[in-house]
Write a protein that binds this ligand. Sequence first.
Ligand SMILES: Nc1ncnc2c1ncn2[C@@H]1O[C@H](COP(=O)(O)OP(=O)(O)OP(=O)(O)O)[C@@H](O)[C@H]1O
Ligand SMILES: [Mg+2]
Length: 330
Amino acid sequence: MPQEVLRVENLKVYYYTIRGVVKAVDNVSLTLNRGETLGIAGESGCGKSTLAWSLLRLVPPPGRIVDGRIVIDGIDITRLDHEELRKVRWRKVSMIFQGAMNALNPVMPIWLQIAEPFIYHLGMSKEEAYTRAVELLRMVGLDESFAKRYPHELSGGQKQRVVIAMAIALKPDVLIADEPTTALDVVVQAQILNLLKKLVRETGVSLIIISHDLSVIAELADKVAIMYGGKIVEYGPSEKIYKNPKHPYTQALLKAIPRLRAPRMKLSYIPGQPPDLRTPPPGCRFAPRCDQAMPICSKQEPPLIEVDKDQFVACWLYSTSEKLKNKNNE
Ligand SMILES: Nc1ncnc2c1ncn2[C@@H]1O[C@H](COP(=O)(O)OP(=O)(O)OP(=O)(O)O)[C@@H](O)[C@H]1O
Ligand SMILES: [Mg+2]
């Protein structure tokens, strides 16, 4: 029986801006088992990072978790006070932040950036902390010579390895990697994905990998959540979603991936813009861009239902009984 390490239930995270309420994460539910990798994909602005930040309770103001539960190891962390939260953050759930490799401290040697939590949180001596930092560097494929270097002496890929070492320093159960390969060239991108794969295999950590690029997620994920406009529109085992995507948005995202081996053809793109999350359209948020939209789609929100074993889709194309019910009520 797989052991569940994370459960998100009906999570809502909104930003209260002067121009209105941005519903960045709107009723999202998902689960993650030990040693499992979940990929979260969707276009820019669909709420991926906001969802990730909320799992560490680090949503920046004016954002706030408005409703829902985030259960980690049986504890609902939305209810913890700051002292209790300290025991969970970085230790149970940790994160490689989007763009973090460009935010390393330029005047601090690499080893000390990795070792800081050992010295300040665990009270280790400098010598012990240095030894542990070198161990972590080795785990991410960098030798001891990197310990005393400064960030400007490292390449992009090496800096990203350092950031990964920092994120796994306190041996978290769940590691979130937010766009870990964006801005890296394809060769380095493949190396970083291999490193993450190795860490999952060797440490048993559960991984959430976030990317706007479905081909990055395909490399690693056991299951995938496709987000659109603050909601999950399709969720299930990777194999099923890549082979047999059901939601028109997932189908469109997959068609937009260039394929090296396929015959040459025009790359498709999704016309239109993602919705403004202050005033999302009524019904299905994808309806205005969907080439299969029906009248009900712009009226009523489709529920997320299981259309094939473990494959959930929020689309009226598959909710026949609900559609009929609605028709009878019209
Ligand atoms: N601090 C903030 N204040 C107000 N709105 C915000 C803030 N941060 C994010 N948002 C809004 O919340 C929505 C979701 O943003 P988020 O950064 O989570 O998206 P994302 O999917 O991670 O995008 P990307 O792929 O570009 O990283 C967007 O509409 C964004 O404009
Ligand atoms: Mg983001």
